[in-house]
Write a protein that binds this ligand. Structure first.
Ligand SMILES: NC(=O)c1ccc[n+]([C@@H]2O[C@H](COP(=O)([O-])OP(=O)(O)OC[C@H]3O[C@@H](n4cnc5c(N)ncnc54)[C@H](OP(=O)(O)O)[C@@H]3O)[C@@H](O)[C@H]2O)c1
Length: 340
C-alpha cells in the first residue's frame, strides 16, 4: 500500500519531513476494521506529532487522524460494520494514522459516513466534531436539547477546524448566543455564516470588546487556542458559576484560586482519551459520530471543508502542514485519493 510517513522528526521544509512510502497493508483482528482510506483531513495534532525532536523511528510513522473511507475487511469480533460500508473516524493517536491506503481502526470509534457528504467532505468532520461535542455537551454540561437556550458562549478561535463545528453545535443544537473570535474579514465572514451572532477580535483585549457588545460576562467560554496568554482574563469575563473549556495543553502552571469566588469550573478535553485509555464508554464515540451523521444528513449541521489540496502525498501534506503552522486556516483542509 501507498502511505506518507516519517522516520525522523524534522522542520516541514526538510526533504525528509514527510516521505512517500510503500509497505504491506495490515490485517484486521478483534474489533478492528481495515478501512480503505479515500480522503483525510489534516489537523494541528499532525504538525505537533511531526515537530522536530531527536527520536528516530525504525518503522515508518504514519500521521493523520481524520479520515473517510470504505470498510475493506473486518476482524472476527466486529458487530457494527460490514465490508463495503462507508465510514468516517478520527481513530487512535496511539496507532498508525490515516495517511495510508489502508488503516486499522477499532469499530467503537467509527461512524457511518453521512450519506450527503462526499468522502472529502466527510473526512473534514470527525476529529473536530468529537472534540467540540465532547467538550461542550459532556465535559461542560451544555444541554444539546436546547434546555440552556439563550445562555451565552464565547468561542475563541471560531474560524478554525474545531471552532467551525463548535459554533454550529452551540448555535443550532444548544441554541446558545454565540460570540466567536476571528481576526480577519475572511474569518469573520465564515463564523457569521456558521451561526455566530457577534464577533470579537482575539488580537485585541477581550473584556472591552465584550462590554461593548453588552455581554461583559458569558456563561460558557471555549478556548480553542493556547490558554497561556489568556487564562487570568477568564476570571473576569465568565459569569459566576460559569464554565471554561480548554482543548490546548497549558505549558505553565495556572493559579486556580482566581476562579474560586465565582465558582468557575475548568473542563479539559482530549478527544483521544477514550481510545488511548480504552475507557469502558469508548463506544460513545461511535454513537456520537452516528448522531452527528444524522444531523449532517438532516441539514442541521453543515460540512466545514474549505480546501481540497489534492492527492494524499508527501508534497500536498507538507503544504497542509505549512498552512496549519501559519495559524490562520479557515475551516478544514482535506486531501483525497492516493494518485495513480
Ligand atoms: N484536545 C483536543 O482533543 C483537541 C482536538 C482538536 C484540536 N486541538 C487543538 O486545538 C487547537 C485548535 O485546533 P483547530 O483544528 O481548530 O486549529 P486551526 O484550524 O489551525 O485554527 C485556525 C484558526 O485559529 C485562529 N487563531 C489564530 N490565532 C489565534 C489566537 N491567538 N486566538 C484565537 N484564535 C486564533 C485563526 O483565526 P484568524 O485567522 O481569524 O486569526 C484560525 O481561523 C490546536 O492547538 C489543536 O492542536 C485539541
Amino acid at each position: 500500500m501507498k502511505a506518507v510517513g516519517l522516520y525522523r522528526y524534522l522542520p516541514v521544509d526538510h526533504p525528509e519531513s514527510l516521505l512517500d512510502l510503500e509497505f504491506a497493508a495490515p490485517v484486521a483482528t478483534g474489533r478492528d476494521l481495515l478501512v480503505e482510506v479515500k480522503a483525510v483531513s489534516v489537523n494541528p495534532v499532525d504538525c505537533k506529532r511531526r515537530a522536530p525532536k531527536d527520536a528516530v523511528e525504525t518503522a515508518p510513522k504514519v500521521l493523520g487522524w481524520d479520515a473517510a473511507g470504505v470498510v475493506h475487511a473486518v476482524g472476527p469480533e466486529v458487530t457494527l460494520f460490514s465490508p463495503g460500508d462507508s465510514v468516517y473516524y478520527a481513530g487512535s493517536i496511539l496507532r498508525p494514522g490515516s495517511n495510508g491506503e489502508f488503516q486499522l481502526v477499532d469499530e467503537r470509534v467509527v461512524g457511518h459516513k453521512p450519506a450527503n457528504l462526499s468522502f472529502a467532505e466527510a473526512a473534514a468532520m470527525p476529529l473536530t466534531t468529537l472534540t467540540a461535542w465532547e467538550l461542550m455537551f459532556e465535559r461542560m454540561g451544555v444541554e444539546r436539547s436546547g434546555a440552556h437556550a439563550g445562555r451565552s458562549i464565547l468561542i475563541l478561535g471560531g474560524a478554525g477546524g474545531v471552532g467551525s463545528i463548535a459554533i454550529q453545535l452551540a448555535a443550532k443544537l444548544a441554541r446558545l448566543k454565540v460570540i466567536a473570535s476571528a481576526s480577519r474579514p475572511e474569518s469573520v465572514e465564515w463564523v457569521t455564516e456558521l451561526g455566530a451572532q457577534a464577533t470579537v477580535d482575539h488580537t485585541k483585549p477581550l473584556a472591552a470588546q465584550l462590554a461593548a457588545l453588552g455581554e461583559p460576562e458569558v456563561d460558557y467560554l471555549l478556548c480553542l487556542t493556547s490558554p497561556d496568554p489568556l487564562f487570568e482574563s477568564f476570571a473576569q469575563i465568565v459569569k459566576p458559576q460559569g464554565k471554561i473549556g480548554l482543548i490546548v495543553r497549558a505549558t505553565r502552571p495556572y493559579d486556580l484560586s482566581i476562579l474560586h469566588d465565582k465558582g468557575l469550573a475548568v473542563c479539559l478535553e482530549s478527544m483521544f482519551t477514550r481510545s488511548s485509555y480504552q475507557t469502558p464508554d469508548m463506544i460513545a464515540q461511535h454513537k456520537l459520530l452516528e448522531e452527528a451523521a444524522g444531523l449532517f444528513e438532516a441539514g442541521i449541521l453543515q460540512g466545514t471543508m474549505k480546501q481540497n489540496l489534492g492527492a494524499i502525498c508527501a508534497a500536498n501534506l507538507k503544504r497542509a502542514h505549512r498552512m496549519l503552522e501559519g495559524g490562520h486556516v479557515v475551516g478544514k483542509l482535506v486531501l483525497e485519493g492516493f494518485g495513480a
